[in-house]
Design a protein around this ligand. Structure first.
Ligand code: ADP
Ligand code: MG
Length: 636
């Protein structure tokens, strides 16, 4: 296959051909078991495209040229078949990998070492400029099988007679274009001339300039050309952001992201068809011009929708991966991964829907607290760190809208015909003692405010929460509690559950807002632990784990969020249940002193569905008590 054909194959993912290719696993590639084990231990599940294509060819003994960008998994593509070809019992240099820089040489040698963990006696040595010779020379004398080095240092060793290439049977040029750019062409030639004729060569390069073609023609033996077009790499014109968003805040977050975006059009990716449809209709309900395409929307309808998007009749497309294959619409300035994909390739494909035709684009991925590992995996694979951002608050949305409105003010003033309004405003100012700026502000708020994405009460609650979290964060930072500066702490903004205390319950954000806060009469002093409390609530109270939210354990008592209605019977049972030998004596938390008698607590139990008690839970732990103590508002 020619390179052009290969690229064609990679990129011709038109929306017409949506049949997924059968999945190839590492086991299908013909690698020996010890390497397969190592690969599994590294957490590689599925071979990347370049691996899938290069490994069988190299195992067959062919030379290859691989055109692939950074992050496509080239190291394993050559490293695994290379290790399969070596004899660990022979203590001579059998494989040489040339890499342009010290960092790359180190990286590659470490990767090869990790692939070789189950090969006894296999040694890998990295040689690069700027490091002392003696240890390298010693290692070479002791007999390493794989040398990974920068061309300059490799030549130095050749000249000193400390490196012998006469037994090399596997030669790799990694990032060949970079090596030539750095002026290593002659050194590379020299290496080729010193290595035996009978050897296998793998040449990898992100690009194929004529100079590299010449090298390949001259030194490679009928190479199989493998090209992977941009598939697992990302486009630099796309800004890649992520935000930690607990699951149930996703839809609200999406509205605010869309409401503050300046993109002409956006595409929102969901994992499943069901989710896409739900999100699509939620957007339409809020007056956003959106449509959903999933795999089972007929091809013709899909084309119509895409046409409307292109023509500007539609602003937001909600889609699943399958449905968005090959979508190429210049207007798309924003891609939202409503659900972050598990596969880096899907991620790359998705964000490639923006930044088309030389435009810039933005990709924003929603990551739930328990999906951080998916994010890490994507970052590792594409070798790019995503920027953490915060989801705009409702206030940000209002501000954005107001600014937009102010931007159009000038032209509205120019357009004239304002005298009726001027008259009314002047009259108002005269008869009321109000500043003009206040009047303008109130008008702006009216114009912008109520169409905000959240109902007022909810919005106020949300803003209070954000403000408190910021305050708490600031206090922690001022105290110099470095670990709290950790980015992961940001999730607190939405998920007020304190992850550090909740351990494995961190992914559960449901209790944070939707339940009722109860107080239990056991605490640290009694030796209470979350496990015991959860056990008592689920066993004695018949609650399920899903009903439980955040648990905070204090000295003599604990607080727990329970998001289900409990009848008196349940409350009674839980109340009598013992943790660390003490009855739990559950009651709704009002921040007051411990309960004295059963009747009082039962009273409270019934009052627990009072909405106002929600508010007390929104405060940070430190001021929760003082607040609710003033109010005592639960049981008026
Ligand atoms: P390249 O040389 O093409 O830039 P690397 O070989 O350095 O890419 O691989 C990039 C990252 O992807 C590394 O962290 C590597 O461990 C990881 N990686 C490679 N192949 C796979 C795979 N099949 N599955 C998961 N991760 C992989
Ligand atoms: Mg590499």
């Amino acid at each position: 296959m020619t390179i052009a054909e290969a690229i064609e194959n990679e990129t011709s993912e038109t929306s017409a051909t949506t049949t997924p290719e059968p999945t190839v696993t590492f086991d299908d590639l013909g690698l020996p078991q010890n390497l397969l084990n190592a690969v599994k231990e590294l957490g590689f599940v599925k071979p990347s495209t370049i691996q899938e294509r290069a490994i069988p060819e190299l195992l067959n003994g062919a030379d290859i040229t691989g055109i692939a960008q950074t992050g496509t998994g080239k190291t394993a593509a050559f490293g695994l078949p290379m290790l399969a070809a070596l004899d660990p019992n022979l203590r001579e240099v059998q494989a040489l990998v040339l890499a342009p820089t010290r960092e790359l040489a180190l990286q590659v040698s470490e990767a090869i070492e990790s692939f070789a963990t189950h090969i006894n006696g296999l040694e890998v040595l990295a040689v690069y400029g700027g490091s002392p010779y003696p240890p390298q020379i010693r290692a070479l004398k002791n007999g390493v099988q794989v040398v990974v080095g920068t061309p300059g240092r490799v030549i130095d060793h050749l000249e000193r007679g400390t490196l012998d290439l006469s037994n090399v049977r596997f030669l790799v040029l990694d990032e060949a274009d970079e090596m030539l750019r750095m002026g290593f062409a002659e050194d590379v030639e020299r290496v080729f001339s010193e290595a035996p004729r009978e050897r296998q060569v793998a040449l990898f390069s992100a690009t194929m300039p004529p100079q590299i073609r010449r090298v390949a023609q001259q030194h490679l033996n009928n190479p199989v050309e493998i090209a992977v077009a941009r598939q697992s790499t990302t486009v630099s014109s796309v800004t890649q952001d992520y935000a930690i968003v607990p699951f149930r805040h996703k839809t609200g977050s999406l509205f605010r992201v869309l409401a503050t975006s300046d993109a002409d059009a956006a595409i929102v990716f969901c994992r499943t068809r069901g989710a896409a449809e739900e999100v699509g209709s939620a957007l339409v309900e809020r007056g956003i011009s959106a449509a959903t395409i999933s795999g089972d929307v007929a091809q013709k309808d899909r084309e119509k929708i895409v046409e409307r998007l292109r023509a500007g009749q539609l602003d937001v497309l909600v889609a699943t991966d399958v449905a968005a294959r090959g979508l190429d619409v210049e207007r798309i300035g924003l891609v939202v991964n409503f659900d972050i994909p598990g596969e880096p390739e899907a991620y790359v494909h998705r964000i490639g829907r923006t930044g088309r035709a030389g435009r810039t684009g933005r990709a924003l991925s929603f990551v739930t607290p328990s999906e951080r590992n998916k994010l890490k995996f994507i970052e590792r694979t594409i070798r790019t760190k995503l920027n953490e951002v915060e989801i705009p608050s409702p206030a940000d949305v209002s501000e954005h809208k107001t600014k937009k409105m102010l931007d159009s003010l000038e032209s509205r003033i120019q357009a004239g015909r304002l005298s009726m309004y001027e008259g009314l405003i002047a009259q108002y100012l005269e008869s009321n003692e109000t500043e003009a700026v206040t009047v303008a502000a109130a008008l702006a708020a009216i114009a912008v405010g109520d169409s905000g994405p959240r109902a007022h009460a909810e919005q106020a609650e949300y803003e209070a929460q954000v403000a408190e979290d910021r305050k708490a964060k600031k206090i922690r930072e001022e105290r110099g509690e470095g670990r709290f500066k950790d980015r992961s702490g940001r999730g607190d903004r939405f998920d007020r559950g304190d992850k550090r205390d909740r351990g494995d319950r961190r992914g559960r954000d449901r209790g944070a807002e939707s339940g009722t806060r109860y107080r239990l009469s056991v605490g640290h002093k009694d030796g209470a632990e979350p496990r015991g409390i959860v056990g008592a609530l689920t066993n004695e109270g018949g609650l399920s784990g899903r009903d439980l939210g955040r648990i905070d354990i204090f000295g003599s008592f604990s607080l727990v969020d329970i998001n289900t209605n409990m009848d008196d019977d349940m409350i009674g049972r839980i109340s009598r249940a013992r943790v660390s030998g003490k009855p739990l004596r559950i009651r709704v938390d009002d921040g007051g002193p411990a309960p004295r008698g059963k009747s009082k607590f039962e009273d409270r139990g019934r009052g627990s569905r009072d909405r106002s008690d929600k508010r007390s839970r929104n405060s940070d732990r430190s001021d929760r008590f003082s607040k609710s103590r003033h109010g005592g508002r639960n049981f008026k």
